[in-house]
Ligand binder design. Structure first.
Ligand code: GLU
Length: 283
């Protein structure tokens, strides 16, 4: 197998969330991920990101596995799991261990405030992408809270440092995100007793030794947040390749609500897997 930077073998991943049927947007991201891995004879693991019990459904997990098989998207055996692929809901303890490390190191603090309270605060701003930014004045004294007990049924936020996050995306080049403008103290654990997407994804990408993350451009700011978690844990981050988003004829981004573009619907319309997985090289 070819080496990346002469250091590690190429390992990518497919990481669908079973909160709906697999749609054209997923297929496009997976098409990019497959192409990237195939170019270097690399591996791709499968991870079902079912960490949020309120959004995820068992029938969608089955549907994803079925649709991926129909699309011809094979995955390699992830040695971390007996069945060869990961389900986040089955490994809560791993996230908890990492949360506890962040807690001991003073990176996180508990936050009792509701979304409504945060939104209503006079210092709350919105990021260019429309995200509500948690104002720094509401931050708990991080060092003071270090000794507070790790209660898993409350929200925990990551105390974002004042420095810009800069990284090189393998498709888009250098990207720079600013705390207080593009993102702010973000959730790493929810009061539902589960880790946030940002925490769970970093833990899994690290433990599965993922060398390159291929994901949609809509997650660029998430990547910036995740890089802060990597830095706090002193873990080496993977490389990142943010692929273009699939848009409809009006140029609007597709989401899960566009049921008519679910893979099963397209399959019923008679489309073949190759046509669905095709990636647009010009983007
Ligand atoms: N689970 C996410 C999704 O289905 C992908 C997250 C990622 O690639 O990190 O959109």
């Amino acid at each position: 197998m070819q080496e990346v930077d002469g250091k590690s073998p190429y390992i990518g991943r497919y990481a669908p969330t079973p909160s709906g049927w697999l749609h054209k947007g997923h297929a496009s991201t997976f098409g990019w991920a497959k192409k990237r891995a195939d170019q270097v004879g690399g591996k791709i693991y499968l991870r079902i990101e079912d960490i949020d019990p309120a959004r995820c459904r068992e029938n969608y997990v089955d549907g994803i596995l079925e649709d991926m098989t129909w699309l011809g998207l094979k995955w390699d055996n992830d040695p971390r799991s007996v069945k060869g692929w990961i389900r986040q809901s089955e490994q809560k303890q791993l996230y908890l261990d990492v949360l506890s490390k962040l807690h001991t190191a003073g990176w996180i603090y508990p936050c009792q405030l509701s979304r409504k309270e945060i939104r209503g605060h006079p210092e709350t701003k919105t990021s260019p992408s429309g995200e509500i930014l948690f104002p720094k004045v509401l931050r708990g004294g991080v060092n003071m809270e270090r000794s507070s007990e790790l209660n898993l049924y409350q929200n925990w936020r990551f105390a974002v440092p004042e420095t810009d996050v800069v990284f090189r995306d393998l498709r888009l080049g250098e990207k720079r995100y600013l705390p207080g403008r593009d993102f702010s103290d973000f959730l790493v654990w929810g009061k539902n007793g589960f880790p946030s997407y940002e925490l769970a994804v970093v833990v899994d990408d690290h433990l599965s030794a993922i060398s390159e993350v291929v994901r949609g451009e809509d997650l660029l700011v998430s990547t910036a947040r995740q890089l802060l978690i990597y830095a706090a844990l002193e873990w080496n981050p993977p490389a990142f390749f943010h692929c273009p988003l699939v848009c409809d004829e009006q140029g609007k981004r597709l989401g899960k609500r566009f049921d008519s573009l679910s893979i099963r619907e397209l399959r019923q319309q008679g489309l073949c897997p190759e046509a669905i997985l095709e990636v647009d090289e010009n983007l």
